[in-house]
Design a binder for this molecule. Structure first.
Ligand SMILES: [Zn+2]
Length: 418
């Protein structure tokens, strides 16, 4: 029986490869190209240099316009509805194609692939068109340390690829992704390393699917012990973004596996003010509701002029915390039994208490005293939003011998790689 199983296992991959090759031919479902917007209309001229020279042509007609020598910098400016490079060429078309046999230098970085300059009504957009894998060589190194184990890097490469394929239309029609944190940080050749190239090549042509669709795969640095279901963070549900335990995350290595923040009532008041919330002096901070993993689902601030409640990811963002997973200590309102508040202390039912940063209910109402430190202690776990793959968890799983498919299948419920 076991012999038959081994035979099947050997046979099936070959069959799948054959099927994949067929579908690639029909649907062009290989890694394709990515259009990266390096500048989105913010400039009126652009300087390009090709180590192996540059070929300029009209993108619409294919008409050759100019060939630059190796190392020659060409300054392209807007000219009417088209472009001009002084003393070299003018082009009436609104799209200028730039090709080179080698890297193209633009704005301090070197890029693989080719360029497209677009005249968008008085502003130039600079677009780098590049093979998906070459794009990922650079992006991968920006999203995960290339010293991480290879299977973790491969899992991250799939996340980066699924981002491009799974979130089309973020920038309208001109390009697929920008080069900043809005999409994924991309810096051309300087972002690459031997490790990122090896990881990307190993998963070339592969992506993660849920129910036949390429889906966005989210990730973050450290879970602190368990990931979070997406509806408890961002407010929509997705069957593959479920809370899972994260037992391989190394508590001794992972960034901010646990953390502590101390804030005074005055500092919390300032943070609320930055969010446009004024409820007077802060007298209490309470986690009202938690998710099954332990993250804050509802957080209420009580002040001398009212209360303010935030939910889901706002529990983290309103105080600028590392994660949504924390508990609150301190901050109780003291009752001044005699009604007298003097100096920095008050006589309470439990004796004399210092007032720094605390609020006291006196006969004349609640009085807040600022200036102390650490009135509220927040003990937290994890770093990042908590949805999807923990990068440090992927590190731990790879170190424990899991491969990238097992890592992705752990963090993304019900997905498969093909
Ligand atoms: Zn973007």
């Amino acid at each position: 029986m076991s012999v038959v199983m081994v035979g099947l296992k050997k046979f099936l991959p070959a069959l799948f490869v054959a099927l994949l090759m067929m579908s690639a031919a029909v649907f062009a479902a290989d890694d394709g190209e990515v259009r990266v917007g390096l500048r989105d209309g913010g400039i009126t001229s652009a300087a390009l240099t090709g180590e192996s020279g540059l070929e300029f042509s009209d993108a619409a007609t294919g008409e050759a316009l100019y060939t630059a020598a190796p190392g020659e910098t060409v300054h392209v400016s807007l000219s009417g509805g088209g472009f001009a490079a002084e003393g070299r060429f003018t082009a009436s078309g609104e799209e200028l194609a730039v090709r080179s046999e080698g890297p193209i230098a633009y704005d301090g970085q070197r890029y693989r692939g080719r360029f497209l300059l677009k005249n968008g009504g008085g502003k130039i957009s600079v677009i780098n068109i590049i093979h998906m894998d070459e794009y990922l060589y650079s992006v991968l190194g920006k999203e995960m340390s290339d010293s991480f184990p290879m299977e973790a890097l491969k899992a991250q490469a799939i996340c980066a690829k699924n981002f491009v394929w799974g979130e089309e239309g973020r920038h309208g029609g001109d390009f697929d992704v920008c080069a900043t944190t809005h999409c994924q940080v991309y810096s051309g050749v300087s972002g690459e390393s031997e490790a990122t190239r090896t990881a990307v090549d190993a998963v070339s042509g592969k992506a993660a699917y849920y129910d036949g669709e390429i889906v966005p795969l989210y990730f973050f640095a450290t879970s602190g012990g368990a990931t979070e279901s997406v509806e408890n963070v961002w407010g929509y549900a997705a069957p593959y973004l479920r809370s899972v335990p994260d037992p391989d995350e190394p508590a001794d290595k992972a960034s901010r596996y646990t953390w502590t923040v101390e804030l005074t009532a005055g500092e919390i008041k300032e943070k609320l003010a930055s969010a446009g919330v004024d409820i007077g002096d802060i007298t209490a901070v309470t986690v009202d509701e938690t998710t099954p993993s332990g993250r804050a689902l509802s957080l209420t601030f009580t002040g001398t002029n009212g209360t303010h409640t935030v939910r889901k990811s706002a529990c983290r963002s309103i105080l600028g915390f590392n994660s949504q997973w924390f508990t609150v200590d301190g901050g109780s309102v003291m009752i001044a039994v005699g009604g007298a508040v003097q100096g920095g202390s008050v006589l309470t039912g439990n004796g004399l208490a210092r007032l720094d940063g605390r609020s006291v209910l006196t006969a004349g109402g609640v009085v807040a005293f600022s200036g102390g430190s650490g009135d509220y202690t927040f003990n937290g776990r994890g770093y990042g939003h908590g949805v999807g793959m923990s990068q440090w968890g992927a590190y731990g799983m790879a170190m424990a011998g899991y491969d990238y498919e097992e890592i992705l299948e752990h963090y993304f419920t019900g997905i498969y790689i093909r």
